[in-house]
Design a binder for this molecule. Structure first.
Ligand SMILES: Nc1ncnc2c1ncn2[C@@H]1O[C@H](COP(=O)(O)OP(=O)(O)OP(=O)(O)O)[C@@H](O)[C@H]1O
Ligand SMILES: [Mg+2]
Length: 381
């Protein structure tokens, strides 16, 4: 898969890093966060940095976090091996441990994570060649949620505050956190938003209409197809949210359906949009459902499902009064404040958006997702 565009975004982000900012980039599922991180890692040398991507999804202990960081540095960046070897000698000295232990992984077993991590960051803060390290942590919010669930709020909170302290102390190391859960909303709810105050928030948007048009044309050329302008508009309107992932899926289906004519007409485009709702396309949509199942505990999870069910029922959306009535139908006691938090979550995580000019009303962001939800999710839940 060729990486398309995101030039403005990477320019914006490099400008922020050059001005010593640390960045929190939050965006919904499947929008291209991880691919953008890898683009930044590729560009980092020419931008005067050393970029490393660390994926912390699936881990729930602080030690795992730093184990992943060390491995990524060692494997991904040119000077990584020598940096890690300097760090290993320093850590050995610091803990006066058994001299037979040579490897940082073993040292990690014999020390607490704070000492391990401070020695690591202290080493990374002294770039021999003057190139600061940019640590890009993918799915930090999922890691924080795992800490929270397994060890409680205090532990998650101290980890976030600890990261903030490290950012203040070791200024030659830059951080970019990304993920598909609204970490800012979670931090607000758990009373730990102070840990994020120094971060520059950068929301990653879907493609603009112009970029989406160019992307669709580019995909068609690759598939040796042409596309009618009306068909292009039908695809963009039908999707309603210009995520490169879904544009790619629809266009490759359309080019396949165009067959020998090699022309995507509006009829072909409509058929491809409809085909996205076929049960066989489950895997395209499952991240949205999994996101709720994996990351939200009960009763919040069921409340989120109920709110989405109400909002999906009408293409023009639903009013918060209707949502709260439905939520409380079975004797629940969901307050207006709880509902605001639920809606905040659904907005930051990319499911719904406020309807313009209609206060208190919310609609699905992506029309195809709304149709999928109606067809498969609401009838099952
Ligand atoms: N700039 C791009 N150019 C071309 N395709 C892209 C681009 N960004 C994303 N995609 C497509 O979207 C898919 C998802 O991208 P990516 O994994 O980066 O998204 P994500 O936001 O990290 O998703 P998740 O929330 O599931 O982790 C990619 O596999 C690719 O097909
Ligand atoms: Mg990702």
């Amino acid at each position: 898969m060729d990486f398309f565009d995101r030039e403005q975004e990477s320019e914006d982000l490099w400008r922020l890093f050059a001005k010593d900012n640390n960045v929190l980039m939050l965006a919904p599922r499947r929008i291209g966060k991880t691919m953008l991180l890898h683009k930044l890692a590729d560009e980092s040398e020419e931008q005067g940095f050393r970029g490393v991507v660390v994926d912390v999804e699936g881990y729930g202990e602080e030690k795992d976090f730093f184990q992943q960081l060390c491995s990524s540095i060692q494997e991904e960046i040119g000077a990584g091996r020598s940096l890690i070897s300097t760090f290993t000698s320093r850590l050995k000295q610091a803990i006066h441990g058994d001299d037979t232990i040579k490897d940082w992984r073993q040292l990690l077993l014999h020390t607490d994570w704070q000492r391990f991590a401070e020695t690591l960051l202290g080493t990374l803060n002294e770039p021999g060649d003057g190139k600061p390290l940019l640590i890009m942590v993918d799915e930090l919010p999922i890691f924080i949620m795992a800490l929270l669930r397994q060890h409680g709020t205090e532990r998650a909170k101290s980890f976030l505050y600890w990261l903030r302290n490290m950012q203040q102390r070791y200024r030659a190391v830059r951080w970019l956190y990304t993920g598909s859960i609204g970490l800012d909303a979670v931090a607000r709810r758990e009373g730990m938003e102070g840990a994020l105050v120094d971060m520059e928030i950068y929301p990653l948007q879907p493609f603009s209409a112009e970029t989406a048009r160019n992307f669709v044309q580019h995909l068609c050329v690759k598939d040796r197809c042409r596309i009618d302008d009306k068909a292009l508009v039908a695809i963009m309107d039908g999707l309603g949210w210009l995520s490169p992932y879904y544009l790619d899926k629809i266009v490759s289906d359309a080019c396949a359906q165009a067959g020998k004519t090699a022309m995507v007409t509006p009829e072909v485009a409509e058929r491809s949009l409809e085909a996205m709702l076929d049960k066989s396309k489950r895997v395209y949509w499952s991240p949205w459902r999994e996101h709720l199942d994996k990351n939200f505990p009960e009763p919040e999870r069921t409340h989120l499902y109920t709110a989405l069910e109400v909002i999906a029922a009408d293409p023009t959306g639903a009013h918060r009064d209707t949502i709260i009535m439905t939520l409380n139908r079975g004797g629940e006691q969901v307050t207006g404040r709880d509902l605001s938090f639920l809606l905040d979550t659904l907005i930051t995580d990319g499911y719904v958006a406020p309807c313009e000019g209609q206060p208190g009303r919310y609609r699905f962001v992506m029309n195809l997702l709304r149709l999928w939800w109606l067809r498969y999710v609401t009838c099952e839940s």
